[in-house]
Design a binder for this molecule. Sequence first.
Ligand code: G16
Length: 543
Amino acid sequence: MAIREISTKPYLDQKSGTAGLRKKVAVFQQPHYLENFLQSIFDCVPELRGATLVIGGDGRYYNRTAIQTACSIAAGNGVARIVIGQGGLLSTPAASHLIRKRGAQGGLLFTASHNPAGPDGDFGIKFNVAGGGQASEGLTNRIYEASKQLARYRVHEGGQVDLDRRGLQTLGGMEVEVIDCVDDYSQLMQQLFDFDRIRDWFRRGHTLRFDAMHAVTGPYAERIFVEQLGAPLLSVQNASPLEDFGGGHPDPNLIYAKPLVDLAFGPNGPDLAAASDGDGDRNMILGKDIFISPGDSLAMLAAHLHELPGYRRGLAGLARSMPTCRAADKVAKALAIPLYETPTGWKFFANLLDAGKLTLCGEESFGTSSDHAREKDGVWAVLAWLNVLAVTGLPVKEIAQRHWKRFGRHYYARHDYDELPGPAADSVMQALANQLAELPGRRLGDYTVSEADEFSYRDPVDNSIAVNQGLRVIFGDDARLILRLSGTGTKGSTLRLYLERYETRESALNWEARDALAPLVNLADRIMRIGELTGRKAPSVIT
Ligand code: G16
């Protein structure tokens, strides 16, 4: 076995964002860049020596190269066994599940999520810990510190893993097991959902259209929706994973999944339309003539989850990220269960899930999942909706309208200002921060500010504290304006403005979200002056 130590020089920019290290492909292609980051992980997680490590990716450009590099570094650092999805593919939630199922000490996930791919696109790495959750802020900070000091890395030289051949291989002294990427995951889904009932729903002529956006969920969707649940083949579109995602932007939202949205609002829309993103952790849900916002989807699933086989014991608790609308809070109150408000980033749910305090959680960024994994899970969310539709026999729109009638409706939108110069984005944040102290009590339009603050979070399990998690202007139960900087962009700064308005009047439950939120957009203009401070007339993307 040829283990070699290679001298290197540190890179100083290997700081993880909201979900791992995301950079342009060209950045990862710099000499030793990837090796350095991987070695920093192995240096900070000594438990990986002699243990099992799961490796997979979303199939984007550079995935296979990066996986070969990861295998040789893992072998160089004494990993005993690697479990890899065939072709280098594993959806993020499937990888999280495998880490748990195999008792692995961690997983390397090669993905930049929904960001575009290809030689000029983005690449990324996430390290997930034993238990399947994303590395904590503490660990990613330690990895970053280690990367800044790194002087050498260890590799096994010679030999490659055949990523396409299922079964056992060896690389140096390390065992490599290449597995079908769907098998374990689909077994888990069958434990959670009533496949017979969903099959029957399809048999009765109901329809699904799932858009895999040429990303990782294609094989999962074809196996589960078509082969196992009996949906017709054309229920899954863009099913083959491509290295450049077909040139698209695999972000399941109203902008980037527009053809699907048009279908849902067209004359022959399916009963359920859904999409997932590059690595399969996000989801978008639509019914005939209706878009279910992620915050609503979380709340509606919360209200119905106990009707599904894997959740009959009821819900221990609910959680949402701070900018996610407060629809789930209303359901938690009705169910008399706790609702946790966490910072943006799925990693903040992990401790609560591990401690059994949570059953279901979600984020405005099109993420929903349960305690079955430690990642958000796009296919899981679609199955949950299918199962709810099959159990209730109601159309999506009817489920939504009954929900709003019972709990009230949270109109919601997110305005993104992408690729801003850092100082311009910072000046908007600063200008609002400067006003926080004087805002409470002020009457603005139809609203009165009840609280204005910078969000910080104390984890109820380990008491760790996360500060600087976004600025909130809260108008009691009626509305909120939230401003924060994204932690996932790879170019300039992205400013996110989140708008939420709550209505309980029956006459106000079926407005267009854009109309309902117009007064709040005006208020945000007045308070935050984004146009004036950034020179941008309008957001880059509204979701
Ligand atoms: C990641 C995180 C999510 C987060 C989202 C947006 O999702 O896992 O928790 O909500 O980014 O983060 P930000 O607002 O900081 O850009 P993904 O799907 O990109 O891994």
